[in-house]
Design a protein around this ligand. Structure first.
Ligand code: ARG
Length: 475
């Protein structure tokens, strides 16, 4: 009977077509196909080695699985809803190819530990690839900073002019965010990197399996501990989704600044034509669509995280079919975050900063007022009093419609006799930036050192991703 289910033994009635459509996951879990083949081959070898099935059968099954793997690559494997999911679909094809001996593959495993293993293999790849893309994006950012070392702009708080900073310093703030994102992915990876297979349906398996052999075959340094936790744990999906949500939040903040900075009111930056689109009605328009879409996609990654957290809330041990709902959220998060990272790196490389506009904005307000107060502090005045004096100077300038730069020593002395001949010099933007030499400050020497350290760190991270990819994909 063609429509017979692998679990059909205890059933006398056929599944309703509506239920088949409602419960299937083949329409999305086909993304797991290559991982399912890989895990099944490792499992089958172990079964043969342990004498759980005959070596001859194990070899036949492995050969057929490899053929099915090629059918999947070529897109010729039929995947229908009545197969339910990718695991059953591959098993059905196996039995179709080599007959009942194919039915021995599912000895000592359940779809519950099988799906946990497939997702874990998928997630390992996804994390490493995301880390690789993040490193490339971060490198584009740090190189952008290095190319613009001499540019200054107003630093903002409350979106009001605050103090002048180097553009490179501003950009490197995002490097710190991406560096933390990278660490989060590394840490989450360590918890994904444990083999679930062998947990069985929930209680383990009575066969003399060798989980460590399977782990070694699949490049896992360890096997999972409690079988009940193993088949129902989705922490690692949530951890990854949360790391992805933070990556998106950081990208979205940067997007917001790029969108703002490319308005004619700011005109700090120009995004290359290749990363913008026009309007169907307004001929003059050049819209920053890439940062806008990235900012928009942040919401869907947050949504996926919330969906997973809500999915897991109050699920009793062990496997429950609710868990099937985890995959689309995970796959969508991986595709979305990787797509954003991929387009972002070259877009950053295309940015042209307008140094004159940034410098003019930095010179426009009263950005070095704090420096003037600090001057008075160096002459022995308490900071609070210095703040008061300079506040009065700013109010005076505002009334007179002048800037701090126009004040000479005589003008300053009207507000305090403590102003010496060297006072006006501390009002310059360059002096202000250069004076912030503390660790983590915007002084050029600090920022140059930060660029060098970032490039070194990025190279180490790139190599570590490459080494790990080789390790887990070794045959
Ligand atoms: N498609 C299922 C999932 O994604 C596979 C596991 C099914 N297990 C079961 N006991 N029905 O979770």
């Amino acid at each position: 009977m063609k429509n017979k289910k692998p679990w059909g033994g205890r059933f006398s009635g056929a599944t309703s077509a509506l239920v088949e459509q409602f419960t299937e996951s083949i329409s999305f879990d086909r993304a797991l196909a290559p991982y399912d083949i890989r895990a099944s081959i490792a499992h089958c070898r172990m079964l043969g080695r342990q004498g759980i099935i005959a070596q001859r059968d194990a070899r036949r099954i492995e050969r057929a699985l490899r053929e099915i793997g090629r059918e999947i690559e070529a897109g010729t494997l039929a995947m229908e809803a009545r197969c339910e999911d990718i695991h059953m679909c591959i098993e059905a094809r196996l039995i179709e190819k080599i007959g009942p001996v194919g039915g021995k593959l599912h000895t000592a495993r359940s779809r519950n530990d099988q799906v946990a293993t497939d997702v874990s293999l998928y997630l390992r790849d996804a994390i490493l690839n995301t880390r690789g893309l993040l490193v490339e994006l971060d490198r584009a950012l740090v190189e952008l900073a290095a190319r613009n070392m001499d540019a200054v702009l107003p630093g903002f708080t409350h979106m009001q002019h605050a103090q002048p900073v180097l553009l490179a310093h501003h950009l490197l703030a995002y490097h710190e965010m991406f560096a933390r994102d990278c660490e989060r992915l590394e840490s989450c990876y360590r918890r994904v990197n444990r083999l679930p297979l062998g947990a069985g349906a929930l209680a383990g398996t009575p066969y003399p399996v060798d989980r460590r052999f399977v782990a070694a075959q699949l490049g896992y340094p360890a096997v999972s501990a409690n079988s009940m936790d193993t088949v129902s744990d989705r922490d690692h999906l949530i951890e990854f989704s949360s790391a992805a949500a933070l990556i998106m939040m950081h990208l979205s903040r940067l997007c917001e600044e790029l969108i703002l900075w490319s308005t004619p009111e700011f005109a700090f930056v120009e995004i290359a034509d290749a990363f913008c689109t026009g309007s169907s009605i307004m001929p003059q328009k050049k819209n920053p669509d890439v940062p806008e879409i990235v900012r928009g996609k942040t919401g869907r990654v947050y949504g996926n995280l919330m969906a997973l957290l809500t999915l897991m809330k109050a699920l009793p041990l062990a496997y429950n079919r609710d868990l099937q709902e985890d995959k689309e959220r995970l796959f969508d998060t991986v595709t979305t975050v990787q797509g954003c990272l991929r387009v972002f790196a070259p877009m950053l490389g295309s940015l042209r900063f307008n140094r004159e506009a940034m410098r003019a904005a930095a010179a426009g307000g009263f950005l070095t007022a704090t420096d003037l107060a600090d001057y008075l502090v160096r002459q022995g005045m308490p900071f609070r009093s210095a703040h008061e004096v300079v506040g009065r100077i700013v109010a005076h300038c505002e009334r007179a419609g002048t800037s701090l730069f126009e004040l000479d020593q005589r003008a300053l002395q009207k507000f305090s006799p403590a102003f010496g001949a060297d006072a006006p010099a501390c009002l310059s933007i360059e002096a202000s930036v250069a004076s912030r030499r503390c660790e983590g400050g915007t002084a050029p020497a600090r920022v140059r050192a930060a660029v060098r350290a970032a490039l070194k760190q990025l190279e180490r991270r790139r190599q570590s991703v490459e080494r790990e990819l080789i390790k887990i994909n070794a045959p």
